[in-house]
Structures are given as C-alpha cells and as structure tokens.
Design a protein around this ligand. Structure first.
Ligand code: SF4
Ligand code: SF4
Length: 369
C-alpha cells in the first residue's frame, strides 16, 4: 500500500506567507491524527554549523512549535552532538551555534535540548536484535525519552549518502557521538599521538581497560577494545577519532537501522523543506550555491515515502549551470548520483523499506494553499 506525502510549493499566489502555508500544510497532512495532549514532542532538527547559511530558518520551527502547543503538546527542539570537530561537538558549543543561527527559546517558542548531553555521552542503547548491522543503536537520551518524534528536515545533497533527508536527520542525527562512530566507521577508534597530552581521561570511561600510556601517549589495545566510542567523547583534545569510513552502502544501512531505533515504539511525523538545495550537508561551515531551484514543503507520516518524494522532486528539476551539479559529469540524470558518484542513495531507501520503516511507494497530494 502506498503512503501519502502532502506537498505545497513556495508560490505565494494569494499573498499567503510561507509560515502560514506551512501551518496549513500541517493541518491537512495528518500530524493532528497523533495523540499529542500532554506529550513531550521532540522536534528533531539540524541547527546548522556556524558559517553555513543553507540550514532551515528558525521561523519554520516556530510554526511547528506553535501548532503542537495549540494541541496541548510539550514540544522541544533537539539534535545530538557531532562526531567531527566543529561548532557542535558538545552541548554548550552546540547551543551557542543554534543561538547564533537564530534558534532561541524566544524565537521558536520552545526550549532547546541537546539530546545526548554535555559531551555527547548521554545515550540509550536501543536493543533491536533483528537489525543486520547495529543490534543496539546508541540514541541521544532526550530523543528516547520523548513520547513523540517530529522530524523537521532541510532536504539537500550529501557527500556520503547522496542526499541528506529525513532518514539522515533522524538516524545519523539521532545517534550519540559513539553512535555516530558506529555508523561512520568500519573499525575501532584511533589515537592521533600529536594531540594526546596523556591526561588519561579516556581510560576513566573505558569499561575494558583498553588504554595504556607507557609511551607517553594513549595507546589502544585492540584485543580489548570493543569500539564503544566512549573514549572519543571523553578526550578534551580530540586526540581519539573514529576509524576509517565505512563503505557508503553500509553507512546507509546503518543510518536506516538507527532511524528505526529513534522511532521505535513512538508516534512520529515528518516534514521536509526543499529549499537552498546545497550540494553538501549543513554540517559544513559554508554552503555552496544551490543545485536546483527551491521546490516546496513536504509532510508525511512515512519517513521513507517522504525522502523518496523529495528526491524525485529534485530530480525532476533542471539544474543550475553555475553550481556544483552544473560542473558535474551528467552520466545518470540522477542529480544526486551525478553530484556524488561514489554514493548510492537508493540503498538507504531500500534497506529502510526492508526493515519496516516505510515504503518508497507514495502518493503525492499537492495542496494549492
Ligand atoms: S572505544 Fe570503548 S572499548 Fe575501545 S578504547 Fe574507547 S572506551 Fe575503550
Ligand atoms: S583523553 Fe585524549 S589527550 Fe587524554 S590521554 Fe586520552 S587520548 Fe590522550
């Protein structure tokens, strides 16, 4: 059976503002079918890296917060800390960055909680024995504690997954720092000796006594290390880093399995805004020119259908010559594959469908708002 994906474009023919159009989309697309009264609702969003300007404006989140509060819910905005070094690796820097990018309780009407805590170690291992790759995904605690998950996603390109959509926002974004290491990396963490000051903080969080310091810096004994990633969150010098990147298909599969863990046993709903469709994710401290024109706003209770509808909509657009896609070799006429030839976004949706997250078979319901 197909899933419904509701859509409205960015035209304001009747002088209706985009926030009002989003509010009308929310009213018509099934969000109100959820039991929201008194529920803690986690709005999973990406606040944008400092220097990036492609991330979603806070006004979209404010509309969603207002909509949820009017239905008796207790919404909060949330994301987990990043694995890589940047402006969102711990909760304080992350909140500073969110504030810098316009996300404040005063502007969005709700509190902001960094889901995996101060150093990215506040996580819940969600047991899913049937998962093929990640049997116990490590999810930010505030996301797991929420009663309802609503994702609000900026749809754009991504260098490792082809496009960055709803599954990426939920799965990768919902993983704690150790969870992100599990998704990104094929192997156990590594020590960058030149950064190590031999403070031994990493050994305090290691349950397997895998570190030694005889050489004047941390050395990991891989016969003891189980790859939990905890030491990575404890190191004050970013001297412990994830191992080599996983194959992009495996990364896609793991993201789907993490998404399943984020949504497990919860009500959920998903919104995607396809504007400023940049070639890379919002995790960079910059953003290249958009690859296609802005498209519109999408909403669905099915995260797989939502991503498929968005990727199809982008692929139906002509591309901008003066963009990374304009400079790419056009071999497949699939914008995201042409843009990032080493990626395979189809494998993410196929695995997500296989593990029961939703269906690629969707019905687009276009609303003239
Ligand atoms: S990844 Fe986990 S088990 Fe391995 S050294 Fe770090 S804390 Fe210890
Ligand atoms: S916490 Fe970091 S800096 Fe301190 S000993 Fe471990 S690896 Fe070295």
């Amino acid at each position: 059976m197909s899933s419904s994906v509701y859509f409205t474009d960015f035209r304001c023919r009747n002088k209706t503002s985009l926030p009002v159009k989003l509010e009308m989309l929310l009213k018509r697309s099934g969000l109100d079918d959820l039991d929201l009264e008194g529920k803690f609702v986690a709005i999973k969003i990406h606040f944008g890296e400092a220097g990036n300007l492609a991330f979603l404006r806070h006004q979209y989140a404010a509309v969603l917060v207002s909509h949820l509060k009017a239905r008796g819910a207790k919404p909060f905005l949330t994301d987990c800390n990043t694995l890589y070094v940047g402006s969102r690796t711990n909760a304080l820097d992350h909140l500073d960055t969110a504030n810098l990018n316009g996300y404040l309780p005063q502007t969005v009407g709700a509190q902001i909680i960094i889901a995996d805590g101060l150093k990215g170690s506040d996580e819940v291992a969600v047991s899913i024995p049937d998962n093929q790759y990640c049997k116990a995904p490590k999810i930010g605690r505030a996301l797991r504690d929420a009663d309802v998950i609503v994702s609000l996603t900026h749809f754009k390109g991504h260098e490792a997954t082809g496009f960055g959509g709803c599954l990426k926002n939920l799965g990768m974004g919902g993983g704690s720092r150790a969870g992100k290491m599990e998704m990104h990396s094929e192997e156990k963490p590594q020590v960058i000796e030149s950064r190590c000051i031999c403070c031994r903080l990493c050994s305090k969080v290691c349950a397997h006594s895998a570190q030694s310091f005889d050489t004047g810096h941390c050395v990991i004994d891989y016969s003891k290390c189980v790859g939990c990633g905890r030491c990575l969150t404890a190191c004050p010098k970013d001297a412990i880093v994830a191992g080599p990147d996983a194959d992009n298909n495996i990364l896609n599969f793991k993201i789907a399995e993490y998404t399943k863990a984020v949504l497990l046993d919860k009500q959920s709903f998903h919104i995607a805004i396809a504007n400023a469709i940049s070639p890379l994710c919002d995790c960079y401290g910059c953003n290249d020119a958009p690859i296609t024109p802005d498209i519109g706003m999408f909403a669905s209770s099915d995260p797989v259908a939502l991503d498929k509808a968005c990727v199809d909509a982008v692929n139906a657009q002509s591309f901008f010559e003066n963009s990374a896609l304009g400079e790419a070799e056009h071999r497949t006429h699939d914008h995201f594959t042409d843009l990032h030839p080493a990626t395979n976004w189809k494998s993410a949706l196929e695995h997500a469908q296989k593990i029961g997250l939703g269906t690629e078979d969707y019905k687009l319901i276009s609303l003239d708002l």
